[in-house]
Design a protein around this ligand. Structure first.
Ligand SMILES: NC(=O)c1ccc[n+]([C@@H]2O[C@H](COP(=O)([O-])OP(=O)(O)OC[C@H]3O[C@@H](n4cnc5c(N)ncnc54)[C@H](OP(=O)(O)O)[C@@H]3O)[C@@H](O)[C@H]2O)c1
Length: 269
């Protein structure tokens, strides 16, 4: 019988992370830990719950140590925790921008740095980072979110080749629009400028359109489970129907045409 694999999912108190940890925990070959920050996990979820703030070195170390104390190993890290930030570049202060990078980018890096020594020692491991289609497209009104998610894609690509010889796989999941509480807890830049009202209006219309056709979190969770179970995980997985469509067609559409479509979409009326 194959040994039980131990999985840690960050940000498992809601949305994609909750559904992912829940679905993974139904697999009897996996022992699953999921983390929370501000929200309590009150229902019976089937996985073991740990506290984690990915903004804190101490919290990250305590969380990884708790997994090792209880399970003795750590095979899979699903780096899912993240936050959103709305605001044009000119409207968003560097402090607001840095705060988002602290969680979405440096938080992801913190987790990776904490698990790599463990996985190297084991001679195997899998790290799944969470990017976003938005990062690949470049969506106005969420420029820094796009930037940090694309940074995660670049980080994943480089890290994949750094650690392959240690038996560690690294890949990235890029969801499209997913209906979760992410949009209820979005932070907004404080320095709104009237000059951007028209672009903002178009961007909000575009969000609403995406929301209407958006994915449910379990669809993304199923994609992550597929990666966890894959023999040789690929570099990148587009998750959700809109993301898969983008993944399939963006290589076929010339850059200038994509640029023209985006300019038209967000042009003031
Ligand atoms: N929803 C989308 O359309 C979409 C699209 C593409 C990519 N994504 C990405 O998918 C991931 C999950 O998003 P979601 O839609 O499921 O959002 P969500 O429902 O808001 O869940 C976010 C999770 O991250 C946790 N979290 C936030 N800050 C944290 C921190 N400093 N330390 C530890 N945990 C923290 C939250 O914990 P608490 O609730 O306990 O505070 C929560 O469990 C994010 O990385 C997001 O960028 C989402």
């Amino acid at each position: 019988m194959a040994a039980e694999r131990v999985v840690l999912v960050t940000g498992a108190s809601s949305g994609i992370g909750l559904e992912t940890a829940r679905l993974l925990s139904q697999d009897e070959d996996l022992r699953v830990f999921g983390t929370k920050l501000t929200h309590e996990i009150v229902e019976q979820v089937g996985f073991e719950v740990l506290d984690l703030d990915i903004n804190s070195d101490e919290s990250v170390a305590a969380c990884v140590n708790a997994v090792l104390d209880r399970a003795g190993r750590l095979d899979v890290l699903v780096n899912n925790a993240g936050i959103g930030l709305l605001g044009m570049v000119e409207e968003t202060s560097l402090a607001e921008c840095k705060a988002m990078f602290e969680t979405n980018y440096f938080g992801t890096v913190r987790m990776i740095r904490a698990v790599l020594p463990v996985m190297r020692e084991q001679g195997e491991g899998l790290i799944i980072n969470t990017s976003s289609v938005a990062g690949h497209i470049g969506v106005p009104y969420e420029p820094h979110y796009c930037a940090c998610k694309l940074a995660i894609d670049g980080l994943t690509r480089a890290l994949r080749y750094e650690v392959a010889s240690f038996g560690i796989d690294v890949c990235v999941v890029a969801p499209g629009y997913v209906r979760t509480s992410f949009y209820d807890v979005l932070r907004e830049a404080e320095g709104q400028l009237d000059a951007y009202d028209s672009v903002r209006e178009r961007a909000i219309e575009s969000f609403e359109e995406s929301a209407r056709h958006g994915n449910e979190a379990p669809a993304i969770a199923r994609e992550v489970v597929k990666i966890v179970k894959a023999k040789s995980p690929r570099l990148r997985y587009w998750a959700g129907k809109d993301a898969r469509l983008y993944g399939r067609f963006h290589k076929l559409i010339p850059g200038f045409l994509m640029d023209r479509i985006m300019r038209k979409k967000f042009a003031p009326r």
